[in-house]
Design a protein around this ligand. Sequence first.
Ligand code: ATP
Length: 285
Amino acid sequence: MELVYKTTVYAAVILVTMHYIDRQMEFANRLGHLFKLQFQGETEQVKMMAAINKIVLENIIPSHVVAYYLRSSRKHEDLYHESCSHVTVMFASIPNFKDFYQQTKANGEGMECIRVLNEIISDFDLLLIKKFPDVEKIKTIGSTYMAATGLHNGTLRTTEEGESWENNVVTMIHFCLAMISTLECDFNKHSFNNFSLRIGVNCGPVIAGVIGARKPQYDIWGDTVNVASRMDSSGQQGKIQVPEETAAVLVKYGFPMEFRGITKVKGKQPMKTFFLKQRKDSLKS
Ligand SMILES: Nc1ncnc2c1ncn2[C@@H]1O[C@H](COP(=O)(O)OP(=O)(O)OP(=O)(O)O)[C@@H](O)[C@H]1O
């Protein structure tokens, strides 16, 4: 009798212990599952924040430069700078914006004019997003829009003759024509204005880099940039002015060019410059 009693007690103890261990294991499993879910959620959140940061950065600096800054092996003090051998630089000004800009009570001390300028610049930005991903906006300087192509070697196109930097010049001219069309055909029509662009384009080597610890800015420097700016400032309203070497590339790709003459360019020897002859049909964006 005593043996049966003892056996029953042992069996009961073993059963209770096993049940306890089973509950503990189930609890540990559930906890593990919850931790896994939380970890997955947090990983997703970190990935989403990284993607948002990347998008924000790519709106400030070119994506290949963003990739450089996000590289884990980059040392904190490493500065980004790059020599780019074949870059096409463009400055596009709206010379008659100065006449339009007025600070009066009626237009909110100039607010209305800034709203118009913002609309124009945003239209140009939209062209980049929709049709010209290879064109890099550098910045706006007042009402001047500055952009470049060929800043990243990946933008060299493979043609029948092989990779060619000349496509960067052609892409830029198509972008210029689209800007003119957007401003003169679309914007002016619906806003009853008569803005026009004066554009300067030049190609050659530049140094690209990011400067500043706060509000860092991606920019390009060099004689190619200076001459592009001068092609704009010494140009004519409604025209695209380029120096001789750039004109030669455009002629090669079938763009009709008109010799302007020997143009005085501040800080340089007088140089041969050319205007692009624009046909009406080339202005369809
Ligand atoms: N990264 C840049 N961003 C904007 N403008 C630029 C840039 N690099 C050069 N420029 C412009 O190109 C033009 C020609 O430059 P350059 O160095 O030859 O002349 P400068 O004597 O410094 O300028 P300025 O005579 O206009 O005062 C200048 O108006 C300059 O502002």
